[in-house]
Write a protein that binds this ligand. Structure first.
Ligand code: SF4
Length: 250
């Protein structure tokens, strides 16, 4: 199976504006979601108690919507917001070390205009890329339950449907890879079915499908980047591969 590589200039500007409006409506709905009692309690507790370094800040403390270019060809799928990162700032991968590493890489790859990602009004913009997560509320110990992952899946299905030009889903870590496999089945489309045996996650692993290609990348967590499990050159190579699969120029 192959992934169709389309010219990035196709699609009228009107479509982009419509998608942007619908994505904004989706973000509003997502940010009011209270489907998972355990996660609602945790995200709000973290927001009340705060970390000492952010004691003067008002935490977001709600579900974190995806963000980026409504005409994105590449979707970056993380697992969930970090308690004192996105759960504090209200934007995915914003305000923590994982984000520092990720946005530096996205800037080198031509997907972002700046490496700094500290708050929703910091001037960051993405091109050809959208960032979201399989679970939109910060979970205790960064571990959402299978039920919580399932409950959040419909939001991702809706988001993907609105991002009509996405061709590549870049999965940050094994749990995001698993979520993407479930997403493809839930999103339907030609040939959508649960694959057996389950395709294994790995850094640089690829899975080509009728509508989307999945691409694996180790998560840019401090645990991975500080230990050298994920280096700059490793993530750069994956992002270049994402550009190729999406039909984007280098
Ligand atoms: S994790 Fe998803 S489904 Fe659960 S409360 Fe948060 S936004 Fe809603």
């Amino acid at each position: 199976m192959t992934v169709e590589a389309r010219d990035a200039s196709d699609g009228p500007a009107g479509e982009r504006a419509t998608a942007a409006g619908e994505l904004a409506e989706l973000a509003e709905s997502v940010s009011n979601c209270r489907r998972c009692p355990r996660l609602v309690a945790w995200r709000e507790q973290v927001a009340r108690e705060r970390r000492a370094a952010f004691a003067d800040e008002r935490y977001w403390g709600r579900p974190v919507p995806g963000f980026g270019d409504p005409a994105a060809r590449v979707l970056v799928l993380g697992l969930a917001p970090a308690a004192h990162g996105a759960n504090r700032t209200g934007r995915m991968f914003t305000g923590d070390r994982s984000g520092d590493f990720l946005f530096a890489a996205l800037t080198r790859a031509g997907f972002a205009n700046q490496a700094s990602s500290v708050s929703p009004d910091d001037g960051l913009s993405l091109r050809d890329l959208w960032i979201t997560a399989a679970v939109r509320c910060a979970p205790p110990a960064n571990r959402p339950t299978p039920q919580e992952r399932q409950q959040c899946l419909p939001w991702t299905v809706r988001e993907l449907a609105l991002l009509g030009r996405v061709r590549v889903i870049l999965c940050l870590g094994g749990l995001a890879w698993d979520a993407a496999l479930r997403l493809l089945v839930a999103a339907g489309g030609p040939g959508a079915r649960t694959l057996r045996p389950k395709p294994r996650f790995g850094h640089g692993e690829e899975l080509a499908g009728e509508s989307y290609a999945l691409l694996g990348c180790y998560h840019p967590s401090q645990q991975n980047t500080f230990t050298g499990r994920l280096t700059e050159s490793m993530i750069d190579a994956v992002l270049q591969r994402a550009r190729e699969l999406a039909g984007l120029g280098r």
